[in-house]
Design a protein around this ligand. Sequence first.
Ligand SMILES: NC(=O)c1ccc[n+]([C@@H]2O[C@H](COP(=O)([O-])OP(=O)(O)OC[C@H]3O[C@@H](n4cnc5c(N)ncnc54)[C@H](OP(=O)(O)O)[C@@H]3O)[C@@H](O)[C@H]2O)c1
Length: 372
Amino acid sequence: MVEHAALWLPTKRSRLVVGPAPSVAPGPGEIVIRARAVAVNPFDRYIQTMGDVITAYLTYPAVLGTDVAGEVIAVGAGVTRFAPGDRVVGQAAGLEKSRNKAAEGAFQERVVLLAHMSAHIPDFLTYEEAAVLPLGLSTAACGLFQKDFLALAAPQINPIPTGETVLVWGGSTSVGSNAIQLARASGYEVITTCSPHNFDYVRALGANAAFDYSSPNVKRAIIEVMRGRKMAGAIAIGKGSASACMDILAQGTGRRFVAQATPPTSFDNVPAGKGRWRKLVLAVARMLMGNLALFLRSYHQGTATKMIWAGSLISNDVGPMIYETFLPEALARGAYKAMPPAQSAGHGLTHIPEALEQQRRGVSARKLVVTL
Ligand SMILES: NC(=O)c1ccc[n+]([C@@H]2O[C@H](COP(=O)([O-])OP(=O)(O)OC[C@H]3O[C@@H](n4cnc5c(N)ncnc54)[C@H](OP(=O)(O)O)[C@@H]3O)[C@@H](O)[C@H]2O)c1
């Protein structure tokens, strides 16, 4: 049997270790790629420390990772968009309940991808640059386009202005960088928040106005600039973002819906081992209280909010709309940028655990990428 190297999570809450993995052939609708670059996300860390809570269905040993770019080495039955040698980026689906397969995790040399969640990348984009895209792009797309979220018009290379505005709280995050670009590509104006040192960055992505989320006057300033605009809703990214977006939309005209990327409490400090239960119980209690507070807020304001699950577009029309129809052409024409910029976190699978730790310490308008 042919084997390749993978970064395994042997059991729940264990340490990541490099070891051999069987190289499987692609099934119908799948491709296999030789991974050349992977990006790390907060989600990967959460699965390692809290997988038994948030992905209780996951079978072990598991392979983490969602963001990968590389070259196609095999295509499965029915796949016509790709051929061996093609350069692609894709969202690895192995951690999804409907997939739950180690062969489909990104952190390994050979990755099985769903063809409809993969896109060609232009020659001018390196694998490292392209690997920043999938989870940030998919999370933003779920919040902006799914019918039970903002349900915006589909993104286009030449958007038709709608005259409406979307609020993207947390525009310099990986999710926010994609949300700004997608909303603009759908014909919406964008008001966003980030730290002042990222104002130029979010404007270059297409934001029409940027505000400092840590300013005590931020909500008032956004409500002021919203006057006379019709809002199409908000996507809330970052700590405290959902309640802020609800308060703002409650004062404006238009849709009062907040697509929520960040839960009301952070699980960043819950360790996989010693001291875990006390911190986990506290975090879960805070989460329940936070959700209750959001529910009461929405009830009193007449606003609504819903949590995004970034894998949901795999099984609806939004996945192909992004990865088949929009992204390949938009990248090739320079109408969509792979952002935030990749920041190298080393070469080889052994560098991924340190990249995850670096991610936990925090990044600003950067995405950590490990080349393979
Ligand atoms: N629900 C889902 O399916 C899903 C999927 C993916 C991600 N997420 C969540 O989405 C969030 C963003 O993830 P990511 O990978 O995009 O993050 P990231 O790029 O690692 O986030 C770093 C950025 O966070 C910004 N930031 C820090 N605190 C903020 C706040 N209070 N409000 C707004 N921005 C703030 C910083 O902006 P400045 O440097 O400008 O200060 C920095 O640029 C995380 O909470 C993550 O867990 C959810």
